[in-house]
Design a protein around this ligand. Structure first.
Ligand code: G
Ligand code: G
Ligand code: MN
Ligand code: NA
Length: 254
C-alpha cells in the first residue's frame, strides 16, 4: 500500500522520467528508432527501475495514468526534438495489458497525438504476445484502428509467450522484437541460434522488421548480420540514456 501511495505521489509530483535506448539498423549502423523506458527518480531512494514498480502499478491500476503519462511524455519529447531541428527518430513505448484493454485507450492515444502535434508515424507501441492473444479478435480490431491512425506496432519479448501463428500473420504488426533470452547465447548455443534464425526468417516472410534485443557482444552482432536480422538494440551500442544524453546523440548524427 505504501508503494501505491508513493506511486501516486510520484505521478503528481513529476518524479517519473523516460530514458531512451537506440535501435540500430544492422546493415548500415544507423540509428532507426529508440525505446522509451520509464524510470522513477524518488527523492529519497534515488533512481528506481521499472522492474521494481511496474508490476505493482499494474496490480493497483495506476499503470493506466502512468502509461498515459509515458505516452504523452514520449510524444512531447519527439516533437520537441523535431521542433529543435534534430533528426528525430520514432520512439517505441511499452504498453501494459490493462492500458491496452482500457475502454479509452484509442481515444487517449488520439488525444495525446493531437495535444503534442506529433505525426503518428513517430510513435510505435510495443505489445506482448500474451496481451494480443488474450481475446485475439478484439485485439485485432484495436490494432487495425491504431494502424488506421498511422502508428507503428511491435510485438515485444517475441518468443516467450505463445502466439498463434495464424493470428500473427493476420495482426497488422510492423516489427518483431526477439526476446533477449534467445539472443544471449546465439554465438554458442545451436538451439538459440536456430530459434533466432527461424524468427528472422518468419519476419521476412510476413514483411515484418525484426529487432534483436539485448545485443551485448560483437559475436552476437556478427551472427545476426549473417542471418540478415534488420535491427539490434542493446548495451553493445548504448545503454538506455536520459533525454539530454540521447538528444546529444541525435545532434551528432551525420
Ligand atoms: O530497463 P528496463 O529495466 O527499463 O525495463 C524493465 C521492464 O520494464 C521491461 O520489461 C520493460 O518493458 C518495462 N517497462 C519499461 N518502461 C515501461 C513503461 O513505460 N511502461 C510499461 N508498461 N513497462 C515498461
Ligand atoms: O521487456 P523489454 O524488452 O521492454 O525490456 C527491455 C529491458 O532490457 C530494459 O530493462 C533494458 O534496460 C534492458 N536491456 C536493454 N539492452 C540490454 C542489454 O544489452 N542487455 C541486457 N541484459 N539488458 C538490456
Ligand atoms: Mn520493450
Ligand atoms: Na522485449
Amino acid at each position: 500500500l505504501s508503494v501505491e501511495n508513493n506511486l501516486r505521489r510520484a505521478l503528481k509530483h513529476g518524479e517519473f522520467e523516460l530514458y531512451y535506448q537506440p535501435k540500430i539498423d544492422i546493415a548500415s549502423g544507423i540509428m532507426t528508432g529508440a525505446e522509451a523506458l520509464i524510470r522513477w527518480q524518488d527523492p529519497t531512494l534515488g533512481l528506481i527501475h521499472p522492474g521494481q514498480f511496474v508490476a505493482i502499478a499494474e496490480e493497483c491500476g495506476l499503470i493506466v495514468p502512468i502509461g498515459r503519462w509515458v505516452l504523452h511524455e514520449a510524444c512531447r519529447q519527439v516533437q520537441a526534438w523535431l521542433d529543435f531541428g534534430l533528426q528525430a527518430v520514432p520512439v517505441s513505448v511499452n504498453i501494459s495489458a490493462l492500458e491496452f484493454r482500457h475502454l479509452k485507450f484509442l481515444e487517449g492515444v488520439a488525444s495525446i497525438l493531437q495535444e503534442t502535434g506529433l505525426a503518428p508515424r513517430y510513435l510505435e507501441l510495443e505489445l506482448t504476445e500474451s496481451i494480443l492473444m488474450h481475446e485475439a479478435e478484439a485485439s485485432a480490431q484495436v490494432l487495425e484502428k491504431l494502424k488506421a491512425m498511422g502508428l507503428q506496432l511491435a510485438i515485444d519479448d517475441f518468443g516467450t509467450g505463445y502466439s498463434s501463428l495464424s493470428y500473427l500473420s493476420r495482426f497488422p504488426i510492423d516489427t518483431l522484437k526477439i526476446d533477449q533470452s534467445f539472443v544471449r547465447d546465439i554465438a554458442r548455443n545451436a538451439d538459440d541460434a536456430a530459434i533466432v534464425s527461424a524468427i528472422i526468417g518468419m519476419g521476412k516472410n510476413l514483411q515484418q522488421r525484426v529487432v534483436a534485443e539485448g545485443v551485448e557482444s560483437s559475436e552476437q552482432l556478427a551472427f545476426l548480420k549473417t542471418q540478415r536480422c534488420d535491427e539490434a538494440q542493446g548495451f553493445l551500442f548504448n545503454h538506455p540514456l536520459p533525454a539530454g544524453d540521447f538528444s546529444r546523440l541525435l545532434g551528432t548524427r551525420t
